[in-house]
Design a binder for this molecule. Structure first.
Ligand SMILES: Nc1nc2c(ncn2[C@@H]2O[C@H](COP(=O)(O)OP(=O)(O)OP(=O)(O)O)[C@@H](O)[C@H]2O)c(=O)[nH]1
Ligand SMILES: [Mg+2]
Length: 329
């Protein structure tokens, strides 16, 4: 892509033109030099959106809740970008996606844009790619970006943790254990949501979660030192609409809390640190794979013949890559 067309594309993104946004996202998912150029411009214009992560075990009602929240955010006049990371999600299910979106009335709404990403086929780099996509939404001027992931696997936990506000969704009828613990996401919640509270067994889930939080702490994500935020448990039903307005109000309050306490800047720094490391890991992996037929082959033969050991070979491989790094520009 020529410099002119990158500039044109950026212009389209900044104007929020759907075609330009979609195109920029496709480029961002890749690893071309255009992607680097594009994302560098995008980054300069990002940093304004409220990024909300939604996680929870499969089938807990995340997508349904995202749709319900989106409706309320739209009533408040906010534009909403949605990143859905889950091959089994209704949002990423192709035709089902269309149905679901039409059902909720977003099909003709330019203020809502949905981007789905398959976890499979991302070949690592899922965190990097999806957070680049969040940046595109942000630069395009979307007020709120909702990121749905099933909290399974380190990449997905990283992605949801890269949000400013993290919602952990639990549902009744999905087993006796506290799901958030099972999924390893209890500690990252800023807000707990119990979905499907139109069901009679929902109160039990609410009680268990509330009791669990009462045992522990107040005050936000582990390690951030955030004070003064009592983690709420909000019962909701996307079916009856119960609690959804309260949930959106709580998300807005959390944003205000982050801004007022200075916690927002701290989180933004943590998020950037994680993204830089993840992206560097991606780059390193790529370079390592390129050495497969070259230096790696030679080192593994030497290791096979016991002329070198695994650690020394790994260290030699890194040296070789660093030596090559200048011709990679
Ligand atoms: N009764 C009831 N069922 C709900 C509610 N919200 C979602 N469901 C049902 O729960 C099932 C899962 O909902 P989804 O929104 O797809 O859940 P999800 O967490 O996005 O699922 P995955 O993306 O596959 O992990 C669907 O059959 C929904 O119809 C609710 O408020 N009440
Ligand atoms: Mg889903």
């Amino acid at each position: 892509m020529s410099a002119d067309s990158v500039a044109e594309l950026i212009e389209g993104v900044l104007a929020g033109t759907p075609r330009a946004v979609a195109r920029a996202m496709s480029i961002a998912e890749g690893r071309s030099t255009q992607a680097t150029e594009l994302m560098s411009e995008i980054h300069r214009h990002a940093g304004k959106a409220h990024v909300v992560g939604i996680t929870g075990v499969p089938g807990s009602g995340k997508s349904t809740l995202v749709a319900a929240m989106t409706r309320i955010l739209r009533q408040q006049g906010k534009t909403v970008g949605i990143v859905a990371i889950d091959p089994s999600s209704p949002f990423s299910g192709g035709a089902i996606l269309g149905d679901r979106v039409r059902m909720t009335g977003f099909a003709d709404d330019e203020g809502v844009f949905i981007r789905s990403m398959a976890t499979r086929g991302a070949l690592g780099g899922l965190a990097r790619a999806s957070l680049d996509i969040v940046d595109v939404f942000d630069a395009a001027g979307f007020d709120v970006v909702l990121v749905e992931t099933v909290g399974v696997g380190q990449d997905e936990v990283d992605i949801v943790q890269a949000a400013h506000s993290v919602l952990v969704v639990s549902a009744p009828g999905l087993g006796d254990e506290i799901q958030a613990i099972k999924a390893g996401v209890l500690e990252i919640a800023d807000i707990h949501v119990v979905s499907k509270c139109d069901r009679s067994d929902a109160q039990k889930t609410v009680n268990e979660l509330t009791a669990m939080l009462g045992l522990g702490r107040q005050g936000g994500r582990q390690g951030t030192g955030e004070a003064g935020w009592a983690i709420p448990v909000i019962p909701t039903s996307a079916e009856t609409g119960l609690g959804v307005e309260e949930l959106v109000a709580t998300i807005n309050n959390h944003y205000a809390h982050l801004e007022q306490t200075g916690e927002m800047e701290q989180r933004q720094r943590q998020i950037l640190e994680m993204r830089i490391i993840k992206t560097a890991e991606d780059m390193l992996r790529e370079k390592l794979l390129r050495e497969r037929d070259g230096r790696l082959q030679e080192l593994l033969e030497r290791a096979f013949n016991r002329d070198t050991d695994v650690r020394t070979a790994a260290s030699d491989l890194l040296d070789a890559i660093n030596g090559n790094s200048s011709d990679d520009k």
